[in-house]
Design a protein around this ligand. Structure first.
Ligand code: HEC
Ligand code: HEC
Ligand code: HEC
Ligand code: HEC
Length: 178
């Protein structure tokens, strides 16, 4: 025997009511308490985020203890680059205004690898107008130097063009008029 049209309609309606009530209940149970206080997010998240310890400093945060490097850096072409990009995180080095940890200091080949992360012509995403790039080993070949030279043998790491004219003299490529 089939159900009457009214009974079927009733079953559909009851199902809709039960499902929506259940859905609302689950939503209530799952939503964190502070959700929606200020907007469609957890209001407590603001306080929690504010409690996360600060890990990074600005370049100015290094100035106090490293005035020599900071002054050179500020005047050179690398002035916009964060000290921490090349050296590591402030929090790994300073706690409560005192040195608390050692930052790794890159040397030799590691320096070349670091420089080429930003200055390699192979990295096509970086436009030449935004950042000057070099093709390796052509950049060294052009200057008739051994290919084992690292970038910092001609470029000061903190101000890369600071001694470049001297480097050119030494490598014998001082151009006329410079
Ligand atoms: C482009 C990368 C780069 C940036 C940006 C940079 N440095 Fe350096 N720094 C180096 C490298 C590489 C060395 C080690 C080689 C050298 O001195 O030629 C170094 C050396 C140093 C040293 C000496 C470490 C030692 O004991 O030998 C200090 C201190 C220092 N940097 C501080 C800073 C500060 C402060 C800033 C920001 C104002 C900064 N650096 C920005 C790459 C960088
Ligand atoms: C409270 C002082 C202080 C601050 C701030 C500070 N440093 Fe240092 N740093 C030191 C001391 C002290 C040394 C060890 C002696 C030296 O090399 O001058 C040192 C050494 C270094 C070294 C050599 C490796 C090592 O850890 O011994 C690097 C690289 C360096 N600092 C980078 C930085 C950078 C980058 C910043 C900013 C993000 C910074 N420092 C902020 C005090 C400080
Ligand atoms: C985080 C990215 C970054 C790193 C790492 C980096 N540089 Fe730079 N460099 C820049 C930016 C940005 C400029 C300024 C824009 C420009 O002049 O290309 C610049 C400028 C220069 C210039 C001047 C270019 C010109 O004629 O204007 C030279 C040379 C240079 N860097 C060499 C180096 C060397 C050598 C190293 C490694 C010690 C290095 N850079 C590491 C980003 C970087
Ligand atoms: C033998 C010395 C020497 C070495 C080693 C060297 N360079 Fe250079 N570099 C120069 C000279 C000289 C210039 C030309 C500077 C000028 O006249 O503007 C230059 C220019 C640059 C420029 C600017 C290019 C432009 O189009 O204006 C960048 C970027 C650069 N070098 C990055 C590097 C990087 C990265 C390394 C390491 C992989 C490196 N250099 C190694 C000597 C050197």
């Amino acid at each position: 025997m089939g159900l009457t049209y009214r009974r079927r309609l009733l079953i559909v309606l009851i199902s809709i009511v039960v499902l929506s009530a259940g859905g609302l209940l689950i939503k209530r149970l799952l939503l964190p308490k502070s959700f929606g206080v200020y907007g469609p997010y957890r209001a407590d998240a603001i306080a929690e985020a504010a409690l996360v310890p600060i890990r990074h400093g600005t370049n100015a945060s290094c100035l106090k203890c490293h005035p020599y490097e900071a002054k050179i850096h500020k005047k050179g072409r690398h002035q916009a680059i964060s000290c921490e990009f090349c050296h590591g995180t402030f929090a790994d080095h300073v706690t409560d205004g005192k040195k608390s940890g050692t930052l790794p200091v890159k040397k030799e080949k590691e320096i070349t690898t670091l420089c080429l992360r930003c200055h390699n012509t192979e990295i096509k995403a970086r436009h030449e107008e935004v950042i000057k790039t070099v093709a390796m080993p052509d950049h060294l070949k052009n200057q008739n130097v051994k290919l084992t030279n690292n970038c910092n043998q001609c470029h000061h790491v903190h101000a890369p063009l600071k001694y470049i004219n001297r480097a050119k003299q030494i490598t014998g490529m001082m151009e006329a008029g410079l």
